[in-house]
Design a protein around this ligand. Structure first.
Ligand SMILES: Cc1cc2nc3c(=O)[nH]c(=O)nc-3n(C[C@H](O)[C@H](O)[C@H](O)COP(=O)(O)O)c2cc1C
Length: 323
């Protein structure tokens, strides 16, 4: 399948693995790229720019195919040294960066000069237009369904994607709620040039996370996610658990006066405990509504192959036969 995204990134299938904190390590990124998609290392999971450079080298040792690095600009009391992370990406020879959280304006000149293509992930058409104006090569449109940070507009992909198709000139991919060949064909029908998946890739054999995490996703239904940190305008869609229920109780009690300090124990330092140690109840961790469509733990290669086989059968079979 050839789309503007496969051409842009030099990949075989229009399937991208979004950056994921403590999940997007070289093991997963290389598995996705080796299977013909685009794998992405999560920059800030590496504690220093030097560690990121080493992770990039490790990934290069595991695949000859293109892969990218995610750089998330999220609210933080002690912002990481972003410019140094950007430098590590360039020095590491990576030519694709996925940005998220805030637009990459300050880093566009240096990324451009180094020939790095920027794929900006955003949750609204106005932000996508800004990315286009800034010179991003493509955008990922993250609908309200998505795991992680869906923004504050709450517009699902059924509306966002055709709006993006009508508005943008640069290629875009559908992110949030994507799981299988049906998702891919639907996204293409709505005007996207490919898909980005997060939660679905966590529940694969190649994801370097504890089995408890994969099992929790398989067991969850589409009803099992919650939105936390909405009063802080830093909304995150997470898998429900006891810690999340306690966090939401605190948010309800404190109302608009809630601060990050009131909920820090439920959101701070949670990812390593969940992803590495398998403490799935340790706090709030991102998960999409798409968990309701996930009921197995295939390898990344099996997953991507079956998405493409199903998409082919849908287009040639069910859809073609309707005409
Ligand atoms: C466990 C997990 C961690 C994530 N961490 C990040 C992150 O650090 N940076 C980022 O830009 N997106 C992050 N995301 C969002 C994904 O890259 C992707 O946009 C999202 O999962 C798409 O929705 P889906 O889960 O329905 O596929 C994370 C998602 C999950 C499930």
């Amino acid at each position: 399948m050839r789309t503007r995204i496969t051409d842009l990134f030099g990949i075989t299938h229009p399937i991208i693995q979004g950056g994921m904190h403590f999940v997007g390590l070289a093991e997963l990124a290389s598995a996705v790229s080796n299977a013909g998609g685009l794998g992405i290392i999560t920059g800030l999971t590496q504690r220093t720019p030097e560690a990121l450079l080493r992770e990039i080298e490790r990934c290069r040792g595991m695949t000859d195919a293109p892969f990218g690095v995610n750089l998330s600009f999220l609210p933080s009391l002690n912002p990481p040294p972003y410019a140094e992370y950007v430098q590590a990406i360039i020095e590491g020879g990576v030519r694709i960066v996925e940005t998220a959280g805030r637009n990459p304006a300050p880093y566009m000149p240096i990324l451009d000069a180094a020939g790095v293509k920027v794929l900006h992930k955003c949750t609204s058409i106005r932000h996508a237009l800004t990315a286009e104006r800034l010179g991003c090569a493509a955008v990922s449109i993250d609908g309200f369904e998505c795991g992680g940070h869906p923004g504050e507009d709450d517009i699902p992909n059924m509306i966002l994607l055709p709006r993006a198709a009508d508005t943008l000139r640069i290629p875009f991919i559908a992110s949030g709620g994507m799981a299988d060949g049906r998702s891919l064909v639907a996204a293409l029908a709505l005007g996207a040039d490919g898909i980005n998946m997060g939660t679905r890739f966590v529940a694969t054999r190649d994801a370097p996370v504890h089995d408890n995490v994969k099992r929790a996703i398989v067991q969850a239904s589409e009803l099992d996610t919650r939105l936390v940190m909405r009063p802080l305008r830093n909304t995150e869609r997470v898998l429900n658990n006891r810690a999340v229920e306690q966090l939401l109780d605190v948010e309800r009690e404190k109302g608009s006066t809630v601060t990050i300090d009131d909920i820090r124990i439920y959101v701070g330092g949670v990812y390593p405990r969940v992803m590495m140690d398998g403490e799935t109840e340790a706090g709030a961790w991102s998960c999409g509504m798409v968990a309701g469509l996930i009921d197995d733990i295939p390898t990344v290669a099996e997953l991507i192959d079956r998405i493409m086989v199903q998409a082919d059968a849908l287009v040639r079979g069910r859809l073609g036969e309707l005409l």
